[in-house]
Design a protein around this ligand. Structure first.
Ligand SMILES: [Zn+2]
Length: 666
């Protein structure tokens, strides 16, 4: 009975309303059982007794986890590795459309109870995945902490004997696992390391499409000068007065890629635990003073992510009390204090390296299909006839081209030809050439576009015409507008393409506008230039576009625009040659990829610094420069062989397919 009272008391502390179904031990008196026993009794399977294809209930201690992140589509995904006193290990991949229904794990050492988790065997290991009816409770794993389940469910069972289970697991973990995470206060951060930070969100701002700024504080002062991410004042959300008051105590954390969506949704003032923040030391090119930067890189390697902590969390309570005690007047005087003590920073490089190595023991690529195929040694493949398909496990000894921008080409799927991406100079020349023809005044203001014309004031006195395509007889918002330009320079065309949805460079003929030479892009959207195949296209006059403008809701898709204009579009592709080795042999395989392998669109990489960096980092992970063969990571790939006959010469080639870089390698 004492147990029961204690449990009730703990549960009453929860602020949120919930329903508690209480079941007595089976030895209880019949009358008591009848009044309260409404829950089924669950059987819990130890982790060393799991069987493929079963759906089970289990308890486990969190050894590793990735906080929920947005996976493909709209589902959230969380990964949790559990251990229990049987010393078996189970990694569970949990999906849900509802963030709240995933376990609320805040740190390594937390204890979870899963109901109805599906077990399957993969590569000789048991894995857990969510099945219908999956439910979870999470408990603090510290000995002596109240046994209060964290759950969003208002309806769950928790038997009093389970309180004992939790306490036993806590005691076992305390003496058998080392579960202190790499948490740190800002005052204790070390450059070049990764750490978990418990903090309060003070401000946030959009930086660009793939990164987002969080301004946070934990009441302590970082001992190094920290960077300030430049953002427009109007983009910065947060209470202006507080941001100003705390300006010497807040740090800027830049979050990337898959974390952006979650970061955007965070409420100012909320308490966060940010996992695996990278503290990077950097010095600006023109300054001697170095500073530290805080990055939450894309991907979820090593549990990287952001968790929101409720106010009831013990760490939050402690942090709140501490924040309230901080003397803000003191911190204002710290402005001048930026004496940098950089000695000893590199003593921890080995820590960093061991972290990176841990990330690289797993295969750095994943297969997107045909999981059932067995591995084949490269020597066997080289001795076999083509065409065939294989699954391989190999290391990337080298690749070509080494300059990554050289691996982007334009491909015509109709005539199978590959072309170099033209550079800006070619386009400039074509525009200059076209500007020699003055806009034809008779082609102004038709039924489907409005025109603006003027003459530049400089010596050249260029005549420029811009034709704005109308829809329903109306001009559209700039971001919806397609326009055509005559007589513009490279810079003008480029500027317009940033502001308007579509820009088509044209010139006048006697009776219609027409596209320029196909060495120039036929369309610009944002920073992407679209080209057509010279061999396969039969350009039509611009009038053909009016049929698209007349549509209910013109989408201005490049493929549709190309089609009505008689253009066969060229696609941006990555083309690379990988030299793969596996101990039995070496084989050259081609990578031909639009987007899937790197998860970077080939069309955007040439104009996007961030994507270029991401790709460089990916290649550095797949094939780290200066490493011995033994230390290279493994790649699991599918390759297919095929025959090419060129005159009398016959050769077998290999191509990588249905393979993608693991999402957490970068
Ligand atoms: Zn072609």
């Amino acid at each position: 009975m004492a147990d029961m009272v204690a449990t009730w008391r703990c549960l009453k502390k929860l602020d949120q309303p919930f329903m508690y179904i209480y079941t007595k031990r089976s030895t209880s008196a019949a009358s008591e059982t009848a009044s309260v026993s409404v829950a089924p009794k669950y059987v819990y399977t130890p982790l060393n007794h799991l069987k493929d294809g079963t759906v089970v209930n289990l308890y486990g201690i969190v050894k590793f986890f990735k906080p929920p992140y947005v996976s493909k589509g709209t589902d959230y995904c969380s990964v949790v590795t559990l251990v229990d006193p049987s010393n078996a290990k189970l990694t569970c991949t949990l999906f849900s459309g509802n963030l709240d229904s995933l376990p609320k794990i805040y740190k390594i050492g937390d204890i979870v109870r899963f109901h109805r988790i599906k077990i399957r065997e993969y590569n000789g290991q048991m894995q857990g995945i969510t099945s219908g009816g999956f439910a979870s409770l999470t408990f603090d794993g510290s000995v002596g902490a109240p046994v209060v389940p964290r759950t969003s469910s208002k309806l769950y069972t928790f038997l009093d004997e389970e309180q004992k289970t939790i306490e036993e697991l806590r005691a076992w973990a305390a003496s058998n696992l080392s579960i202190s995470g790499p948490t740190a206060k800002l005052s204790g951060v070390q450059p070049m390391l990764f750490f978990d930070l418990t903090c309060q969100l003070v401000g946030k701002a959009r930086v660009d499409g793939s990164s987002f700024l969080l301004k946070v504080w934990d009441g302590t002062k970082c001992p190094y000068p920290t960077w300030k991410v430049p953002v427009e004042a109007r983009d910065l959300e947060g209470e202006k007065g507080l941001l100003q008051q705390l300006r010497n105590l807040t740090v800027d954390i830049l979050v990337y890629d898959n974390h952006v969506q979650l970061a955007k949704s965070l409420k100012i003032g909320s308490f966060l635990r940010i996992y695996s923040i990278h503290t990077k030391q950097a010095s600006a090119d023109n300054q001697d003073v170095s500073h530290v930067e805080f990055h939450l890189h894309g991907g979820t390697c090593y549990g990287r992510g952001i968790g929101v902590l409720p106010e009831s969390n013990p760490d939050v309570k402690e942090l709140k009390a501490f924040l309230e005690s901080v003397d803000l007047a003191d911190s204002q005087n710290m402005e001048s204090m930026s004496s940098v003590e950089l000695d000893g920073i590199f003593s921890n490089v080995t820590d960093l390296q061991s972290h990176l190595q841990r990330c690289q023991q797993l295969s750095v690529t994943v297969l997107t299909d045909h999981q059932d195929l067995n591995n084949t040694g490269l020597k066997t493949i080289l001795n076999s006839t083509a065409p065939q398909q294989y699954r391989i496990r190999a290391k990337l000894r080298t690749f070509k081209p080494q300059k990554l921008h050289q691996c982007i080409k334009l491909y015509c799927s109709k005539c199978n030809s590959l072309k170099e991406v033209p550079n800006g100079d070619d386009f400039d020349l074509i525009l200059q050439d076209a500007a020699a023809t003055a806009p034809n005044p008779e082609l102004r203001n038709t039924s489907w576009y409005d025109s603006v014309m003027w003459t530049t004031q400089d010596q050249k006195q260029r005549k420029i015409a811009i034709h704005f395509v109308k829809h329903d007889e109306m001009l559209q918002e700039p971001e919806e507008t397609l326009l055509m330009i005559e007589g513009g320079t490279l810079k003008e065309v480029w500027k317009l393409s940033r502001r308007f949805k579509c820009v088509i460079p044209v010139r006048s003929t006697e009776d219609d506008l027409e596209l320029l030479d196909l060495s120039a892009p036929f369309l610009l959207q944002g920073s992407v230039k679209y080209y057509g195949c010279k061999q396969c296209s039969t350009p039509k006059t611009i009038k053909s576009l009016s049929s698209l403008a007349a549509e209910q809701r013109p989408s201005w898709e490049p493929t549709e625009i190309a089609q009505v204009l008689g253009i066969v579009p060229l696609q941006y592709v990555f083309i690379m040659k990988f030299t793969l080795v596996d101990g039995t042999g070496a084989l050259n395989a081609y990578l031909f990829d639009y987007e899937k392998f790197f998860q970077i669109p080939a069309s955007e990489i040439l104009t996007n610094n961030f994507l270029q960096q991401k790709m460089q980092m990916t290649m550095n992970t797949l094939c780290p420069p200066g490493r011995k063969l033994d230390d290279l990571p493994w790649l699991e790939c599918f390759i297919k062989s095929y025959n090419i006959t060129d005159g009398m010469k016959h050769q077998v080639y290999y191509q990588i397919f249905d393979t993608t870089v693991a999402e957490d390698v970068v």
